[in-house]
Design a protein. Structure first.
Length: 109
């Protein structure tokens, strides 16, 4: 291999490496910007339920809350965990009210 061919090969290799490094840096910078903006954060189960109830503007049964969480957010909620969390919030008088058996709404609605 001639020196000129070797130099061209080295240039191509360095160019490819630079391209990979720049791509990595762009993804890291984007992730940092998303974190600063609060993007990419996953919602808590309670905030998902709150959003669903806000949109519904009416109390919903736990089964419906779980179904809508799956449809709208792609999240599989555990029924017992949801009931437990909502019951605790209701007892503390925070955000949610119980309007019937396993049926919850927002306190201010």
């Amino acid at each position: 291999m001639e020196l000129k061919e070797w130099a061209k090969l080295q240039e191509q290799l360095l160019s490819a490496q630079t391209s990979v490094i720049r791509g990595y840096l762009r993804s890291v910078e984007t992730s940092a910007e998303e974190r600063k903006a609060g993007l990419g954060k996953s919602k808590s189960n309670i905030s998902i339920i709150k959003d669903i109830l806000l949109a519904a503007q009416t109390p919903l049964h736990v089964s419906e809350l779980i179904s809508q969480a799956h449809e709208q957010y792609g999240v599989e909620l555990d029924r017992e965990s949801v009931v437990s969390a909502l019951t605790k919030k209701v007892r503390k008088g925070e955000v949610f009210v119980r309007t019937g058996p396993n049926t919850y709404g927002l306190k201010d609605q």
